[in-house]
Design a protein around this ligand. Structure first.
Ligand code: WT7
Length: 654
């Protein structure tokens, strides 16, 4: 196919199929007829909104008269904390566990829905005492401890808008976000536990707020007991929250009231404050959590391993699961503390049945070896999910086999901070899964793959992933910058939301995500997705992880350069020329000669953001022999040194 005909090459052929287990299909929350039932989209979402308790019913399901500014459930009123907590207590489920919390050092806390109601009410009363009012912004900079969801719900309870900033961010990043949102207080802790050590948070906040005039108080949770510097603006959580009344009447707010701002750092410019509102957001997080995980709230134990500092944690640790009255596990620390089986130990301990994690974690476990999960009883698992990046077919199959006992369906869920909830995903009781495919838009969602003119590509074609109709949990704007909202998401294709991702439709019309379009390589006139080449490399039995970039090449325009981490179990010489040739031939065999990497480098680690996404920009610097750019957003800034040390072993064209 010539360059002009093709938007994105469709190279990878994957024929494995996994049907849902019969019993799951039989008793599934959502069956195949849901797609047809959702043909009338507003009607479908109006029915889903009935999952929630509204203090005032809405007049109109959707107002799309001023696109791209949507209003869902116009005129309706509700309170998110009431929906996530109080109504479960009122229904007689106060004794039910909301969170089994597990601290990294091995301490644990159990919070029932009744406990949560008391704690959230006290925290709401404390915020009021500190002068926080409906509409004010509250910055939250906490580790994964119960006070984090409690703080978020306390804000929602009084109608304050929270802005959670991931605890791994620097003082600078925190300051920028506080300033942009003009937050009135910041909630933090002395520190938190990571990798077996107490690391400080309060000192970072002190540095950030030295220069943020909007901040009136710093509310500090004691977690580690480490020393902190005292300032006049500081208030200890145990001083002010503990003495509050444990009763507070949740304040109903408009369906479009701002629930939270969450910043995503784009590739350029200042971070974007993604704004999510109340009624539509809670409706879609609740529905998708129910549908995609097949949640049975009376018997399931659910665990999402993400950090609440990311949208995955907002939607699928806090709001979706609590709105559904689920019992969840929440874990403070890292997967390898004190040993590499910690997560599997937690699954066995709480008999987790629904599990949600990221491909980067899955590939790490592949690297550590199959024997580690095998030592633990994972038989309680019945649905296992993935989010954050395309999951390579091999990682999918490993996850299914070694974590899901070749029985639990894998749900590969595509969505973004901006979409608020899952958009494209298999339904575990319906979909015959294909490893590596997110499959179909969920009922009520209109997504498609289009070419550069905005025309849908035929089955078998590749292009740009777009959303064609508004959805309830969509971002409403970028905080304080409507123009940037329109420009960033709604200007590439007339009337369509463009997500920035490349995708293809296979012969059945099922959707495969191919990574960010910025990462697509142009090799001898072919647009090749980095994801497909990475997946081909990971399908070699000795490869655990791979990252691929396009480097300028005098002959082909761009050439494919790969970075590979061998599996723990690989054995033999994984540095030698023979192995590199074997890998290059393997890619050529899997995808065709056009995709054969010019160069493969064996590396010990890959540069990743704190949310686990590979930073290809830095690898392009390596591949093009440039000095390495800004590494400040790396989870571990020493990784680039490790890679640079390995450079002499880089092997070129044979
Ligand atoms: C980007 C959004 C959504 C919560 C975590 C990330 C990539 C996400 C998938 C998936 C392929 C995926 C996309 C998307 N992505 N899930 N299942 N398959 N790619 O949120 O940080 O806003 O990132 O993550 O590139 O645009 P985020």
């Amino acid at each position: 196919m010539s360059q002009s005909q093709e938007t994105l090459s469709n190279l990878l052929q994957e024929t494995r199929r996994f049907a849902p287990p019969a019993d799951l299909a039989e008793s599934a929350n959502v069956k195949a007829d849901a797609y047809a039932e959702a043909a009338d989209r507003p009607g479908f979402w109006a029915r889903q909104a009935e999952r929630l308790s509204w203090s005032k019913p809405w007049d109109e399901v959707l107002d799309w008269s001023n696109p791209p500014f949507a209003k869902w459930f116009v005129g309706g009123e509700l309170n998110v904390a009431y929906n996530c907590v109080d109504r479960h207590v009122e229904a007689g489920n106060g004794g039910k566990v909301a969170f089994h919390w597990e601290g990294e050092p091995g301490d644990a806390r159990t919070l029932t829905y009744a406990d949560l109601q008391r704690e959230v009410s006290k925290a709401a009363n404390a915020l009021l005492e500190l002068g926080v009012r409906k509409g004010d912004r509250v910055a939250i900079y906490l580790p994964m401890i119960p006070e984090l969801p409690i703080s978020m719900l306390a804000c929602a309870r009084i109608g304050a808008t929270h802005s959670v900033v991931f605890g791994g961010f620097s003082a600078d990043a925190l300051r920028t976000r506080i300033d942009d949102a003009q937050a009135k207080i910041v909630i933090t802790s002395d520190g938190g536990y990571r990798r077996g050590k107490a690391s400080a948070l309060k000192s970072t906040v002190d540095e950030a707020v030295a220069d943020t005039p909007s901040i009136e108080h710093v509310l500090v949770v004691r977690r580690t007991g480490q020393e902190i510097a005292a300032h006049e603006r500081d208030v200890w959580w145990h001083d002010i929250v503990e003495r509050q009344s444990d009763e507070h009447a949740p304040e109903p707010v408009d369906a479009e009231h701002p629930l939270y701002i969450l910043y995503t750092s784009g590739t350029t410019g200042k971070p974007k404050g993604i704004l999510h509102t109340t009624g539509g957001y809670l409706t879609q997080t609740a529905y998708t959590h129910y549908a995609v995980f097949d949640l049975k709230p009376d018997t399931d134990v659910y665990w999402c391993s993400a950090d609440i500092g990311w949208v995955t944690g907002h939607s699928y640790i806090v709001y979706g699961p609590l709105a559904n009255g689920a019992t969840s596990v929440m874990y403070e620390g890292t997967p390898d503390t004190p040993h590499q089986g910690r997560w599997w130990e937690i699954i066995a301990k709480y008999k987790v049945s629904l599990f949600y994690t990221a491909p980067t974690a899955i590939r790490t476990f592949m690297k550590w070896g199959d024997d580690i999960p095998a030592e633990h009883d994972l038989s309680s698992l019945r649905v296992i999910g993935s989010v954050g990046e395309p999951i390579n077919p091999e990682a999918y199959v490993w996850y299914r086999e070694h974590i899901g006992a070749s029985r639990a369906p894998v749900v590969d869920t595509w969505w973004q901070t901006e979409t608020g909830s899952i958009m494209i995903s298999p339904l575990p009781g319906v979909t015959e899964g294909k490893p590596g495919a997110a499959m179909r838009p969920l009922p009520g969602i209109a997504a498609d793959v289009v070419d550069d003119q905005g025309t849908p590509v035929p089955n078998g074609g590749g292009g740009f992933l777009v959303v064609k109709e508004p959805w309830p949990s969509m971002l409403r704007t970028i905080w304080g910058d409507d123009e940037r909202y329109v420009k960033t998401y709604w200007s590439r294709f007339e009337g369509l939301y463009f997500a920035g991702d490349g995708a293809k439709k296979d012969d059945d019309g099922d959707i495969w995500l191919l990574g960010r379009v910025d990462d697509v390589m142009l090799v001898s006139g072919h647009n090749i997705s980095t994801t497909e080449v990475e997946s081909a490399l990971v399908s070699h039995p000795k490869v655990a992880e791979a990252a691929v970039v396009g480097a300028t090449d005098p002959l082909t325009g761009q050439a494919i350069v790969s970075f590979v981490i061998p599996r723990g179990s690989a054995g033999g010489d994984v540095e030698g020329d023979d192995f590199l040739k074997e890998l290059r031939d393997h890619v050529a065999k899997t995808l065709g000669p056009i995709a054969k990497p010019r160069q493969i480098m064996i590396v010990p680690e890959l540069p990743k953001t704190r949310s686990g996404k590979i930073m290809r920009r830095l690898l392009r610097d390596v591949a093009e022999n440039r000095s390495i750019g800004d590494v400040s957003t790396l989870a571990d800034s020493t990784v680039m040194d490790l890679i640079s040390e390995k450079l002499p072993s880089a092997k070129s064209e044979d």
